[in-house]
Structure formats: C-alpha cells, structure tokens
Design a protein around this ligand. Structure first.
Ligand code: ADP
Ligand code: ZN
Length: 754
C-alpha cells in the first residue's frame, strides 16, 4: 500500500497556513483600505497604528496599519515593504479620532491620518531604518545567464543589476512591481544582499533653546479667580466639559489659561493650546515657557527635523504643554487633560484642503472621547460657539473688564462722508485720525494703523472705456504694486508690468482705484516725515523671522507707527500704543459672504483691543462710510451680546449656521462647460439622495469663479442636521471619479462661500 499523503497542514506547517494581513490606509482619496501581507520578520513592527511602506501601483507609499488579521494565504497579495518604526505612531485614541475626521468631513481614512501626523514624521525614519538591496556575490552579469528564475525574480534582477549602489527595497519592489518574496528567494541563493541602513536621527532641533526666566504669577482678579476655579473643578471631576471663556480684549484670558494648565500639570495630565496661525509668535510662546518647563511648539514654519523631533517628544510623554496652530489638535499626548482654543472664532482653525477639518470642532470631539476639558477663549466668539453657550450646552465664564483697572479705550467712529472729515486731495487719513496720530506721537506714544488690503491700488481701470486690468487666470482685478511698477493677482500671484496704455482703447493713461497699505505708507511718509513708519503685510514679511523682528523693534520703541493688514490686528500687547486707527472699515463689509458682518465685527473689536494696554490708556478711531452699520457700531462698544442677537436672527432668516448645517460642493475644471456639467451631475445626485427639508442651491459660479485657470462652480446644501450631511457625503463619495481635468471636492461646515 503506498504511503498515504500527509494532510496539507502538516506539509506546510501549521504556522504557514495562516498569514498576517494588514489593512493599510493610504493618503489618497480612495475609500477603501488596501490589504498587504506582513513578512514574518516585520511582524512585530507592523501592528495597528504603525506606519508602513507598501508598494502601490508601482510606487512605494507610506500608509498606516489600521487593522490586522490572520488569513489564509491569498494568491495575489503584495508584501509590506518596510515597517520603519519599533513603536506605533498612532495610539488607538488617535486612530479613532482619525476615523471621526474621515467620516465627518467625508475624506478617506488615509487622508485624515495624513493630516494628523506631520509630513516630517510620516516621511522620516524611512531614513532611520531602510533596507538597501544590492547585487550579491553570486549575481550573474546578465539576467539571461540564469535559466531557473521566476518572472518576478527576473524583474528584480533586471532592475538591480544596472545599479552600482543598489536600490532601497521599497523602491525596488515598486519599480519591479513585485512583492517581497522573490527578493527573499534571491537572497537565499546569494544573488542579492539586503542590508539595514541607518541614517542619523535628527540632532536636537530648535527646542534646545534656553528657557526664558520664569515669571511670578500675578494675583488674579475676582472674575479670573472665578473662571480658574470652575476650570479646576472640571479638571478635578475628570470628565469631559466645555467652557466658553468670553473675555473682552485685555481681560487676562491668557492668565486664566496658564492657571488651568498648571492645575492639569499637577494632576499629571497634559494640554494642548491652539492659537491662530498669526498669533503663534515668539512673544506668545514665551508667555507659556516662562511658566512651564516642558513646552513644545508644533508649527509648519519650523524646519522639518525640529518638528519631527518635537512631535516625538510629545508622543513619548515628555511634554506638558503643546502650542500650535490647527494641526496641533492632533498632538499625540498620551495623557490629555485640557485643550485650550484661543480666539476660537479664527478662520485659520479651518483647513482649506482635504480633509477640511475645523480644529475647534475636532478638539471638542477629542476631549469628549478622552475626558478632557476644553476652553474656547475669545473676546468675539463665533456665532456657532455663542449659540451653543447660550443654549446652555456649554458653560460660559465671563471676564467683563480689562485687568489692573485699565479702562477700555475710547472708541470713535468717524464718518468719512462728512465733508469736515474728508482728508485733503487724494489722501485717506481723515482730520480726526490725523490729529490723534499727531497727538500720540507728540506724547511719545506709538500707533497702529490697520488696513486690510495690501498693495498700492486694488484695481487699475481706464478712465475712458472703463476697462479694468484683470488676471488672465483668475476672475479678479489686478492690484497695482509700486515696487516693480507691476499689476499682481492676489489669488494666484501672476504679475505683469503695468501697460503704458489701456489694452482696450489705447488711451495712454490708467486710473488707480481702491486703497492698499502701500498708498497709506506713502501718505504717512509725506504728511508725517519725522515718524518712523513700518509696513507689515505679506509683501514685506517674506522672510522667516521678519514678522518677529518688526514686532521686537516695535516693542523696543524703534518704530512709531505700525501699519499693516490682518497681521497686526490680533494678539499684540504693547503698552505704549496710544492710538489705533482703522483707515477704511467698509472694505471688510464689501465681501459678499454670509460671514462678512461677523468678520468685520471680530476684526474691528480685535484691532481696537490693541489700544490702551498700558497705564496711559488709549484711543481708537474707526473711519467708515457706513457709521450706522451694526457690525461697526457694536464692535466699537465690544457689545458681543447685541451683535450676536441681531446676526443670529439674520442667519435664521436666511438659513445659515448655526441654524442650518452647510455642505459646499466645489467642482473645478479647465473647461467651463465641463465645470457646469459636472456641478449639475453632483447636484442631481444630491437632490436624489436628500430628504425634503434639505435645500440644495446651485450650481452657481462663486465670487471667485476662476482661479489659476480653473473654472469653479459650487453647489450649496443647507440641511437641518449633520446626519443628513453625512448621508449626502456618502452620495458624493459614491459618484464615479470625474475624468482628468475635472475635480470635485467638498467642504463640510464651510467658513466662506467665495
Ligand atoms: P487677553 O488674553 O484677554 O487679551 P492678556 O492675558 O493678554 O489678555 O492680559 C492682558 C495683560 O494683563 C497682560 O499684559 C497680562 O500680563 C496682564 N494681566 C493678566 N492678568 C493680570 C492680573 N491678574 N494682574 C495684573 N496683570 C494681569
Ligand atoms: Zn490670478
């Protein structure tokens, strides 16, 4: 009797029937996960939360393992090529947060995780531990010299032999489009060699800078004391809780944050402080570093290595306080206890590329899931936040007065329509503002002048035919810049020399309209020749660090008048500023957007708050042609309650947030008709999928109907709740991918509709 065949399992060995497979999320707009096999030698380094490098469509790509399972061997499955880290980068907590971001904002999980981990960290360490493959001692001169190779092995050798330095394994696998196993077989025969390569991890980054001298905390004012007490109680309770800290400018909100942070630290818990991009200055950071030893900054302006280093320190639990702009909400602190969102109404907390998340809203979810306390701080809260606090969902803490007996500045609204006010000739600083400017300078004080348009003239037009110089790639007029005598597009940066004559009718002269910071700078130089004026806008602040150096000089009193855009509107705390002037408040209102009144109110209240921070008090002059507009009038009084009441009523009437939830679908195409067509397709799909209380508007051309040669169309969805938005996101995500040259994107809770 012939011997019986042994059962298959015995032949292969029990272990080899089951293989470890992982589901990998790739940073691509693809809904599904991709399955790879984990080679046994990488098993310990490719668990859930680990970063891996996998071959994908012929290229090595970085992804995250999000699930892991044993499975019988599959025929056509590729291997994980590299697993660079001994420890997972993502904890289960962050992975869950990533799932939330993907679901809520309608991105892929890979895109969400990609936004959570800084590029520097994601791409790093492929250097730290990468495998290099070289031709081995037994390698033939020609692949054809060996007859017994599989096709995959042949492809590997064909790629490798011409490379004297060999190839990084992941690149080789991708180039040859093979899994790892042919390489392993070749290694066994001595045809290739594999070698671990180590690249030095980054030496200490910027964090090593000396710590500033610790300060002595001031005695709290009674309202500060009460706010701190509530926050400490909430921290002691150890449960998630949300607070709105509504404090007028200069009321000492930061001191409240510092005390709450100290309390969290005493509990052995850690904290995140989110600040608007523009407020992340050394001045801000210093305030925190004076109080706490272990502070890390996470900011995209840092060098990649400094950022990666800081991120790793955070992950290892060596940091008590993380400060950063929106992406810091994902800081991998192991024991999160407190999240502070300073100036929570700021637009920079919303990311403008997929996933278009709002850091404040993500912070609320993260805190809820980890039992952390959230403080939303602002002098001018967003209407969403105000509404939530008003309905009692959150606890409001109020700081009604400025600290140290400093009174609010005296704010005056000046009507530019008044002939007595009108500045001489073509000037822009009116009589009252100019008089106060002279007075402040005579008193050895400083002044801040705010204007939110840069350049010299915001449009150039022909006085005869009315032709306006416009960008050839975008649907906006060009701004004239004095330097270089050029007309520049503020959307795409396209620039051209000013034509000597009207391109339409050849009239040899063009008129300048609309006021920019350069015009005001010129006017000040002429009318106040002795004053030291410095202009601060994105044209002058082009080098890293130039922002800080101007502010330091201003702080030392080496600049008399600081003139600038949004950049100077917020956060600055200089006691010698006796005057703040707003040159033209109306330009803020001009934008046709549902948030323009809210933005105007916010900016004016904030700018005004820069004055009177010292013992000598201060004054604010707001020039406008619409002195009765509620946003301007109420900002002058910093009367948030009255403004919110009016504005919320308007929002209700027109069906905008916080009464409605918005979803904006953006279609862009090189070809205008195709943009229309695909926006219509999106609309039809949405209409078919929506419930009948949902409004679907458009498709329409937004204000910026064309940017960089792309024609844009949008469809706006107004729904009564987020569940409906979630359903419609599924509809959008199941649409077939548009052909090349056409793109579709969506924005949940958009901040603006331009
Ligand atoms: P906000 O963040 O509300 O605009 P800040 O925290 O910047 O206000 O405080 C304004 C100024 O008042 C800062 O210079 C700060 O050091 C100071 N300050 C804050 N709290 C106190 C206090 N209790 N006593 C004295 N000075 C204080
Ligand atoms: Zn342009």
């Amino acid at each position: 009797m012939p011997p019986r065949d042994p059962p298959a399992t015995e032949l292969l060995g029990a272990a080899s029937t089951e293989q470890v497979h992982v589901g990998v999320a790739l940073d691509l707009p693809l809904r599904r996960l991709f399955t790879y096999r984990v080679p046994p030698e990488l098993a310990a380094r490719a668990g859930v939360g680990h970063r891996v490098v996998v071959p994908f469509r012929g290229k090595p790509r970085i992804g995250f393992v999000v699930e892991r399972h044993d499975a019988p061997p599959l025929a056509r499955i590729l291997d994980v090529a590299e697993a660079p880290d001994a420890e997972p980068l993502l904890t289960p907590e962050l992975l869950a947060l990533g799932r939330f971001v993907a679901r809520y904002y309608g991105s892929s999980l890979g895109e969400a995780l990609g936004a959570m981990v800084p590029r520097a960290v994601r791409h790093k360490g492929r250097g730290r531990r990468q495998v290099r493959v070289r031709a081995g001692p037994e390698a033939p001169r020609e692949v054809e010299d060996l007859a017994d190779l599989t096709p995959a092995q042949r492809r590997v050798l064909r790629r490798l032999l011409p490379e004297p330095d060999g190839l990084v394994l992941a690149d080789l696998l991708a180039a040859a489009s093979v899994s790892r196993s042919p390489v392993t077989s070749l290694e066994k025969r001595g045809l290739v060699t594999l070698e671990d390569e180590r690249v030095d991890p980054d030496p200490l980054g910027a964090e090593a800078a000396a710590r500033p001298t610790p300060d002595t905390p001031p005695t709290l004012t009674p309202p500060q004391q009460a706010a701190v007490q509530s926050l400490c109680d909430a921290l002691d309770a150890g449960e998630a809780a949300t607070f709105l800290l509504h404090g007028v400018t200069g009321s000492g909100k930061t001191e409240v944050y510092l005390r709450a942070l100290a309390h969290a630290r005493e509990q052995g818990r850690q904290a995140i402080v989110l600040v608007p991009e523009i407020a992340l200055t050394p001045q801000t950071v210093r305030r925190f570093r004076r109080r706490f030893e272990h502070v890390a900054v996470l900011h995209s302006g840092m060098t990649e290595s400094a950022r990666a280093h800081a991120w790793q320190r955070v992950r290892q639990g060596e940091v008590d306080v993380v400060i950063g702009p929106r992406s810091a909400v994902f800081a991998p602190l192991p024991r999160l206890g407190l999240v502070i969102v300073d100036e929570e109404q700021e637009g920079s907390f919303k990311q403008q590329v997929t996933p278009r998340y709002h850091a404040r809203d993500v912070a609320l979810v993260r805190a809820r899931d980890t039992g952390a306390v959230v403080v939303l701080g602002s002098a001018t809260p967003s209407l969403e936040t105000w509404h939530n606090a008003e309905r009692g969902r959150w606890t409001t803490l109020v700081l009604p007065e400025r600290v140290a007996g400093r009174s609010r500045p005296d704010v005056r609204i000046v009507d530019l329509g008044d002939p007595d006010e009108r500045p001489p000739g073509r000037d822009h600083v009116g009589r009252t503002l100019f008089a106060h400017l002279q007075e402040a300078l005579a008193d050895k004080g400083q002044a801040i002048l705010f204007h939110n348009r840069r350049g010299y003239a915001t449009s150039v037009a022909c006085p005869r035919c009315g032709h306006v110089l416009a960008c050839s790639h975008c649907s906006v007029s060009l701004t004239y810049h004095r330097s270089g005598h050029s007309a520049i597009c503020h959307l795409c940066g396209h620039g051209e020399r000013l034509p000597p004559a009207c391109p339409e009718c050849a009239l040899p002269t063009m008129d300048f309209h609309g006021l920019g910071t350069q015009t005001i700078e010129e006017e000040l130089a002429r009318r106040l020749p002795d004053a030291r004026v410095e202009r601060m806008d994105s044209d002058t602040m082009t080098r890293r660090g130039s922002h800080e150096s101007v502010l330091e000089r201003f702080g030392r009193g080496e600049i008399d008048v600081l003139l600038g855009t949004q950049m100077i509107a917020k956060g600055l705390d200089f006691p010698n500023v006796l005057l703040v002037g707003v040159v033209a408040a109306d330009t803020l209102l001009a934008l046709p957007d549902f948030r323009s009144a809210e933005r105007t109110f916010d900016l004016l209240a904030q700018v005004a708050g820069r004055a009177g921070r010292g013992e000598r008090g201060g004054r604010v002059v707001i020039q406008t042609r619409r002195p009765d507009h509620a946003a301007i009038r109420l900002a002058a009084d910093e009367d948030m309650a009255a403004f919110a009441e009016r504005e919320l009523a308007d929002r209700k009437l027109f069906g905008y947030p916080p009464h409605r939830r918005l979803l904006r679908v953006l279609v862009r195409a090189r070809d205008e008709a195709r943009a229309d067509e695909h926006a219509q397709l999106a609309r039809d799909a949405l209409v078919a999928g929506a419930v009948n209380t949902t409004q679907i508007l458009g498709p329409a051309a937004p204000l910026r109907a064309k940017i960089q040669g792309w024609h844009r169309r949008h469809v706006l969805v107004k729904a009564t709740d987020h569940r409906e938005i979630g359903r419609l996101l599924d509809v959008l995500r199941s649409l077939p991918r548009p052909p090349k040259g056409i793109e579709i994107a969506w924005d949940v809770d958009p901040l603006s509709l331009v």
